[in-house]
Design a protein around this ligand. Structure first.
Ligand code: ADP
Ligand code: MG
Length: 241
């Protein structure tokens, strides 16, 4: 589903932020990305839907190469849903409109169909009663569940999550992780940057550890947590667990 070969990226020509990143991700695979702050996790995940460009290497998403061809980038963006730490809902639109906006304008669905699917998704993330409210009236956990529903409304094949629970009060983390866990069981391909180690252990097929722009180690949760091979992995885990 995702093929990354020899990715190198620099910011401002001198900050080498991604170094020879190689990874293949299968359809339906749940990959959790760990690593210290500033190690390039967000940058990496954003290269997959071309929110960040790369200077070297190749990225192919569901058979579509990322290139300067805007058509390809549009197709890849349609296939990838993204959820950010800071929700990024449109504050002046109702919850329902937040979710139906792209399906109506990009997918060209009739309003009725878009609204019906939006309501089904709100049902699925547990907050159908919030449909007519505005983002500012919802808790952080509810807003993040709307953000997930909004991404799913475009029927993506891949979901990218960049620290989706990092901005939440502790009591709201679980409600968002529960929605993500449910999604894991639907066959969705997922890439999740997170510091939630229990979530990683429970759902990840594979964990990747980033440090200073490189993939230091990758493996199953058991391999990585219980038998880490690299000193940098051990050091990272000793600080976080
Ligand atoms: P992480 O998500 O692992 O915390 P990031 O991918 O956000 O790491 O950042 C990796 C490095 O790139 C950091 O040193 C960060 O300061 C730098 N960086 C991130 N975004 C930009 C940008 N738009 N311009 C310049 N440097 C950036
Ligand atoms: Mg980040």
């Amino acid at each position: 589903m995702i093929k990354c070969r020899g990715i190198n990226k620099w910011y401002n020509k001198d900050l080498h932020v991604l170094k020879n990143v190689d990874i293949d991700i299968k359809q339906g695979e749940i990959v959790v990305i760990l690593g210290p702050s500033g190690s390039g996790k967000s940058t990496f995940i954003r290269t997959i839907n071309a929110l960040e460009d790369i200077q070297e290497g190749e990225i192919i998403v569901d058979g579509i190469p990322i290139s300067n061809d805007i058509k390809n980038i549009e197709r890849i963006r349609m296939e990838t849903g993204m959820v950010f730490q800071s929700f990024n809902l449109f504050p002046h639109l109702s919850i329902l409109k937040n979710i139906t906006l792209s399906p109506i304008w990009v997918r060209k669905w009739p309003k009725k169909k878009a609204e019906q699917i939006a309501m089904e998704l709100l049902e699925r993330v547990g907050i159908p009663e919030q449909a007519d409210k505005f983002p500012g009236q919802l808790s952080g956990g509810q807003q993040q569940r709307v953000a997930i529903a909004r991404a799913l409304a475009m029927q993506p094949k891949i979901m990218l999550f960049d620290e989706p629970t990092s901005a939440l009060d502790p009591e709201m983390v679980k409600e968002v992780l529960d929605v993500m866990k449910e999604l894991c069981h639907t066959g969705m391909t997922m890439l999740v940057v997170t510091h939630e180690m229990n979530f990683a252990r429970e759902v990840a097929d594979r964990i990747i550890l980033f440090d200073q722009g490189e993939i230091i180690e990758m493996g199953t949760p058991e391999q990585l947590f219980d038998h880490p091979k690299h000193e940098r992995t051990k050091m990272f885990l000793s600080k976080i667990i």
